[in-house]
Design a protein around this ligand. Structure first.
Ligand code: IVH
Length: 715
């Protein structure tokens, strides 16, 4: 018999005595059983797949040398694991098998050579396929109708997941033009990568547990006892094999005689088949397929952990047959693992452009899916708390596609401890000060993300702060595009927005020359060129112009989180001067129409930060000024007491104009619909605000009615 087990790796030292071998065999067996249970039954593995594979291979190497240890219940003869899950048991008409694995080119060459030798065919044809990282299921169609879906389980019997599979949109419940008495289609249920990322982003937002990887996502979702839960988790399916087939008396059988033709036949019946499947010939074909799919891996919309080679002709497959757990005509060629373990050297905090703080684990360098990784995101403080990641911990990380590597879990059994057995490192706590600027860190109640409050001052937020400050609806500085605005910050010329007003013509020309030179443009013509001078003069003009502004624009321009134009306007009207806004505490701020406790808190935090006050003082110093009208609370007019919200597109004017005209008649214009709203003006394509207004019983005006009120009232 040809040994199916891949060659033992050099690091697997097979013990030289039978006694040692028996001990190691029993340790490995116990570990493999335990981890198979965690993987297949709990859907919560604690070690990376690659570590499991390595133990499996070591076990196989021991059994190759000491065959007496290969008892029939050895984990090397098992497929998956069976759990007590609450699902009905389904016996598979034909067992669902596993695949032999290869990790190196040599193993693939041995496989190809063996196939050639045993079939007597030179360069035989293979079906080469991505190895989808999901969960195997068998779909049973009777006379073209899907009657049962089962997981692989232990290979002989699995779990009845029919109700859950019915919720997977791409799995047809009826086959097109197919009324075979029995057709079992086997394949992989998987969670597409974007669905997985979306699911986790939403879970993180709600502070809930995230899925470790798309495979766990697929397995956990499919094995939900409530199909309604499965239905809201987007799963998909690729077919890769047949199970039991009864073609009835049809002669000849409608089922094609080669695997690749069967896949095409299934496709025509409406069953999804992976588009990357290819027919290739000989070892050379296998090699170039592995290369091609390997380079595609990061860009594929689903996770794969390798490729699978299958001898294409069924006749040849039958001739080669099976050994205990796998066909001898197929091989899984694994890619470098996407999940590996390493040690956390430090936990640092990064500050994003909007001030959001992201904790990052600095790692002992480790290769993941072919790339060396030294950092992994920990997302937010809640996530660290949930995982309880500490410095010195051994952690499992994952890198897949172009998504930032992340820490999945801690291997608690490796946590470093002191002599008394206590953990060496304390649980991590969110710092109270921003790592980039030293300003206070704020974390609102019910919010997952912590933020730096030094908005205008924080170097990490400078670019964003400057762009927002100069934008059309803020101080409206013409001529300051994103490119040069970033350049001003990067070259150190603008540290806070007040520095804009200190720029000279020479500063701008010099900055542009350096930037253009770096970007490969010809500086000589640029520096002295009329174009550059004109650009700089226009920009200085724009900056000078912006010196005279309004309180409402200034408040918006400061970039206080969640203070948009309408809130800035409400603040300006209510307080009438910047000093009055600065003097207001949270309780006072809540009195402002349309400002609730969350935004009141943000405003108060912003102005409590000394660095932000310094920037405001600097703006005054460089001559930025704004109208201060004094409080305008007691609006008079025919619409006094109306709180109006505008939504959708108006055809006769912009929403801003409508807002101004309504305010001129004494109405208050608010940004969102609440119980306090009197009227919703709904233009074209009004959406959720209209729905909310209807739900709350708020009066709704269309544009025609708005015009009649504006005209009728003002005349
Ligand atoms: S063929 C008799 N093809 O890998 C052959 N399996 O490690 C049975 N898998 O249980 C499997 N993609 O869950 C096959 N294109 C593919 C596959 C594939 C993923 C999974 C499947 C199987 C496991 C074996």
């Amino acid at each position: 018999m040809i040994a199916l087990a891949p060659k033992p790796q050099p690091q697997h030292r097979v013990p030289d005595t039978a006694a040692e071998a028996a001990t190691r065999h029993s340790t490995l067996s116990a570990l493999l059983v335990e981890h198979a249970h965690r993987y297949h039954v709990d859907d919560a593995p604690t070690i990376p797949d690659a570590e499991y594979d390595a133990m499996q291979r070591e076990l196989e190497a021991i059994e190759a040398r000491y065959p007496e240890l290969a008892a029939t219940d050895s984990p090397s003869a098992q497929v998956g694991a069976r759990g007590n899950s609450g699902f009905a048991e389904v016996r598979h008409a034909l067992p669902m098998l596993s695949l032999a694995n290869a990790f190196s080119d040599e193993e693939v060459a041995e496989f190809a050579a063996r196939i050639e030798k045993e079939t007597g065919v030179a360069d035989p044809v293979f079906s080469a396929e991505p190895k989808i990282d999901g969960l195997a299921v068998s779909l049973r169609y009777e006379r073209g109708v899907l009657v049962r879906a089962a997981t692989r389980g232990d290979g002989s019997s699995g779990e009845d997941v029919t109700a859950n599979v019915f919720t997977i949109a791409s799995i047809p419940q009826r086959l097109e033009a197919a009324n075979l008495p029995v057709l079992e289609v086997r394949g992989e249920v998987y969670m597409p990568r974007d669905a997985f990322e979306r699911f986790n982003a939403a879970a993180r937002e709600r502070g809930e547990r995230t899925l470790a990887n798309p495979r766990n996502g697929a397995a956990g979702s499919l094995r939900q006892l409530d199909p309604a839960v499965t239905a809201i988790r987007p799963l998909a399916f690729f077919a890769y094999a047949l199970g039991e087939v009864d073609a009835g008396d049809a002669d000849p059988s409608p089922v094609p005689a080669a695997h690749s033709n069967v896949l095409q036949w299934l496709r025509e019946k409406g069953i999804p088949v992976c588009p990357e499947v290819e027919r290739v010939a000989g070892l050379q074909g296998l090699r170039s397929y592995y290369e091609r799919v390997g380079s595609l891996r990061d860009a594929l919309p689903y996770d794969i952990d390798g490729v699978v080679y299958k001898l294409d002709a069924y006749e040849l497959q039958r001739a080669l047959g099976f050994v205990s757990r796998a066909p001898r005509w197929a091989l899984a060629h694994k890619f470098p693992a996407q999940e590996v373990s390493t040690t956390v050297a430090a936990i640092e905090v990064q500050v994003g452009r909007t001030g959001a703080l992201t904790p990052v684990a600095r790692l002992d360098p480790v290769a993941v899916a072919g790339v060396t990784v030294t950092n992994a995101t920990l997302h937010n403080a809640d996530q660290i708390e949930r995982l309880d990641v500490r410095v010195g911990d051994r952690v499992v990380i994952r890198r897949a596609g172009d998504v930032i590597p992340e820490v999945l879990r801690v291997q608690l059994e490796h946590r470093p401890v002191d002599d008394a057995g206590r953990p060496l490192h304390a649980a991590w706590a969110l710092p109270e000060e921003c790592a980039a600027c030293g300003s206070a860190v704020e974390r609102a109640e019910n919010e997952v993300v912590a933020r730096c409050t030094g908005g205008l001052f924080c170097p990490a937020q400078r670019k964003q702060a400057l762009q927002h400050f100069a934008s059309r609806r803020a101080l409206d500085i013409e001529g300051l595009g994103e490119h040069y605005s970033d350049e001003l910050v990067e070259s150190g010329r603008v540290r806070t927005v007040a520095d804009l007003y200190r720029l000279t013509l020479d500063d701008l020309l010099e900055m542009k020359r350096a930037a253009d030179e770096r970007d490969g443009q010809t500086p000589a013509t640029v520096k002295h060129g009329r174009i550059a001078t004109q650009w700089a003069e226009n920009l200085l003009d724009g900056i000078a112009h912006s010196r005279n502004t309004t309180l409402e624009r200034l408040l918006f321009a400061l970039g206080i989180r969640d203070v948009g134009e309408s809130t800035a306007r409400a603040l300006a009207r209510y307080f009438g001067s910047l000093d009055a806004v600065l003097a207001a505490d949270e309780a006072k701020l809540i009195d402002v129409p349309d400002i609730g406790p969350v935004i009141a808190g943000r405003i108060a935090h912003f102005f409590a930060e000394p660095h932000n006050l310094e920037v405001i003082a600097a703006l005054r110093e460089v001559g930025v000024s704004w109208e201060e009208t004094g409080p305008q609370r007691a609006e008079e007019g025919p619409l006094k007491g109306f709180t109006v919200v505008l939504t959708g597109a108006l055809s006769s004017m912009t929403r801003e104009e409508a807002g101004r005209r309504l305010e001129a008649l004494g109405a208050r214009v608010a940004g969102s619909v609440s119980k306090r709203t009197t009227v919703l003006v709904a233009g074209e394509a009004a959406g959720s605000k209209l729905a909310k207004a209807v739900e709350l019983g708020v009066e709704v005006w269309d544009e025609e009615h708005l015009l009649s009120r504006l005209e009728g009232q003002s005349s």
